[in-house]
Design a protein around this ligand. Structure first.
Ligand code: 5GP
Length: 190
C-alpha cells in the first residue's frame, strides 16, 4: 500500500480542533484529505452522510467491527460508536494524499501506535474546563445532559495530552492556526 502521512488531531469536544482541521484542509499545498469516520450516533443539523461521517446503525457498525474493517474504533459516548475504516485511509493514500483525522484521544493514540513513523499526533488543549463548557453551550447542538457527559470525559482526556507528539494550546485561535500550519507543513514535507 502507498503510505502517505497521517495527521491526527485529538482534543476534548469543544476545544476548537475541528476549526483547526478545517483551516488546514483549505491549504492546498499541504495535500491533505479528511478521514471521514464511521459513527452510529444520530445525524446533527446540517451534517451530510459520506461527507461529515459515514452514518451507520449500531448493528451495521458492530458487523464491521466483527469483520475487522476498522483501524480503530471506540464507544466514545454510551451507544455512540465512532471509528476509522481501514478502507478510508487506503482510499486517501491511493490518491497520493496525506490523511488528517479529527478523532478522540484513544483513537488518535491507537493510530500513532499502529503507524509510529507516519503519524504526527497533535493534542489541542482548551484554555480550561470552564471555557470548554461555555463553548459547548454556545454551540447549542447538544442537550444539557450531553454537554455534561462531554465535560466529564474532557478531564480524563486532558490527562492524556503528554502522550501526544505535540500540544497546541488553543487560547488564541489565530496563534493555534498558525502553529498547526507550521507543524503540519514541516511534517509532511520532511
Ligand atoms: P461528535 O459527536 O462531536 O462529532 O464527535 C464526538 C467525538 O468523537 C469527538 O471527540 C470526535 O473527535 C470523536 N471521533 C470522531 N470520529 C472518530 C473516530 O473515527 N474514532 C474515534 N476514536 N473517535 C472519533
Amino acid at each position: 500500500m502507498n503510505t502517505g502521512k497521517l495527521i491526527v488531531f485529538s482534543a476534548p469536544s469543544g476545544s476548537g480542533k475541528t476549526t483547526i482541521v478545517r483551516h488546514l484542509l483549505g491549504l492546498v499545498p499541504l495535500n491533505l484529505e479528511f478521514s471521514i469516520s464511521a459513527t452510529s450516533r444520530e445525524k446533527r443539523g446540517d451534517e451530510i452522510d459520506c461527507k461529515d461521517y459515514y452514518f451507520l446503525s449500531a448493528k451495521e457498525f458492530k458487523t464491521k467491527i466483527k469483520n475487522d474493517e476498522f483501524l480503530e474504533w471506540e464507544e466514545v459516548y454510551r451507544d455512540n460508536f465512532y471509528g476509522t475504516l481501514k478502507a478510508e485511509v487506503e482510499r486517501i493514500w491511493a490518491k497520493g494524499k496525506h490523511v488528517i483525522f479529527d478523532i478522540d484521544v484513544s483513537g488518535g493514540l491507537r493510530i500513532k501506535r499502529k503507524f509510529p513513523e507516519e503519524t504526527l499526533a497533535i493534542f489541542v488543549k482548551p484554555p480550561s474546563i470552564d471555557a470548554l463548557k461555555i463553548r459547548l453551550k454556545k454551540r447549542k447542538t447538544e442537550s444539557e445532559d450531553k454537554i455534561n457527559m462531554r465535560i466529564a470525559k474532557a478531564s480524563a482526556e486532558l490527562a492524556t495530552a503528554p502522550l501526544f507528539d505535540v500540544i497546541i494550546e488553543n487560547d488564541n485561535l489565530e496563534h493555534a492556526l498558525f502553529e498547526a500550519e507550521a507543524l503540519v507543513d514541516n511534517f509532511v514535507n520532511s
